[in-house]
Design a protein around this ligand. Structure first.
Ligand code: SF4
Ligand code: MG
Length: 319
């Protein structure tokens, strides 16, 4: 239903010594051009796996076993690695929680920025190098002081600015940011979010922001998708997620944020996240749900449309 991205019934598994981890269990998500979607949930709920699937970066042994990822009318799951090269790092880019880990320790900043521009635009590194000063200035860095630094000489905040520079210099249609500020000091977090906000607003890139922080999600994004144990269980406009949460899990999350707008981690719901090697049948939330009834134990609830913008996957809302 989105005009940029439509993920349908996405299933991803990982093969581990403990067994098959059913990491994504039929994820559905959609995104329009220039729209900002937050994907929230606890560690291990599948937020990062969803983003990595879009980038086709799920590492072996593991992979997409079912489903479709339509991006601009093309199903990315069907592309060869070579065809995927036209999307990854070009039309779709990504930044990560640990910016220093994403940089190559042996090359100077200027070279790495030039290399990503060269790849995206299909130009020589030499030509791309001429764009580096502008790109570094774009993220508020003094290019003369930064261009010849090695990654170990950067602070976390500087490194994340450089990752943002590389991710946005190529003018992607979609930027995905996976917990982009959670490894940074609180004051730096605010600066980085403000920078991201301004750059994305100017270029009108679509954004998928992965976060465990509901405050950041609702402040920064148009819509919020809540994930639980490998499923999207509720999607709504940011204000509606707070004002009118429908899914019992979302209600628990909101209840665990005492003051709206105050940054809080997702805690306070009794029970633990299920083991995805052997997930509960039916609704994967049923062992923790105070409303669970017979049907919940056997049937996986599908995402149901409540109104134009609000969707929930819970048997309580059927009929
Ligand atoms: Fe609870 Fe059943 Fe709804 Fe799952 S489907 S959240 S178990 S009421
Ligand atoms: Mg993650």
């Amino acid at each position: 239903k989105g005009n940029l991205l439509n993920i349908e019934n996405l299933k991803v598994v990982f093969y581990t010594y403990r067994g098959v981890v059913k990491a994504l269990n039929g994820v559905k998500l959609w995104l329009n051009e220039s729209e900002r979607l937050a994907v929230v949930g606890e560690t291990g709920c599948g937020k990062s796996v969803t983003a990595l699937s879009i980038m086709r970066l799920i590492e072996q042994p593991g992979g997409i076993v079912e489903g479709e990822i339509w991006f601009n009318g093309v199903d990315l799951t069907k592309l060869s690695d070579e065809e995927m090269d036209e999307y990854r790092g070009k039309q779709i880019t990504m930044i990560f929680q640990e910016p220093l880990a994403a940089l190559n320790p042996v090359f100077k900043v200027g070279f790495q920025v030039a290399e990503s521009i060269a790849h995206a635009k299909g130009i020589s590194i030499k030509d791309a190098y001429e764009e580096v000063p502008r790109v570094l200035e774009m993220v508020g860095l003094d290019w003369k002081r930064t261009i010849d630094l090695y990654p170990h000489e950067l602070s976390g905040g500087m490194a994340q600015r450089i990752m943002i520079a590389m991710a946005l210099a190529v003018r992607p249609k979609l930027l995905m940011a996976d917990e982009p500020t959670s490894a940074l000091d609180v004051t730096i977090q605010a600066q980085i979010l403000k920078l991201l906000d301004e750059l994305i607003a100017a270029e009108r890139n679509a954004l998928i922001l992965i976060t465990h922080d509901l405050g950041i999600a609702s402040e920064f994004c148009d819509r919020v998708a809540v994930m639980y144990a490998g499923n999207v269980i509720e999607v709504a406009k940011s204000e509606d997620i707070f004002a009118n949460p429908l899914h019992p899990y979302t209600k628990g999350l909101i209840g665990s944020v005492p003051i709206i707008g105050l940054t809080k981690d997702l805690k306070g719901i009794p029970g633990v996240v299920p083991d995805l090697v052997d997930p509960p049948p039916g609704c994967r939330f049923h062992p923790r749900c105070e409303y669970a009834f017979k049907r919940c134990f056997v049937e996986l609830p599908q995402l149901l449309k409540i109104n134009e913008t609000h969707y929930v996957a819970c048997h309580l809302y059927e009929q």
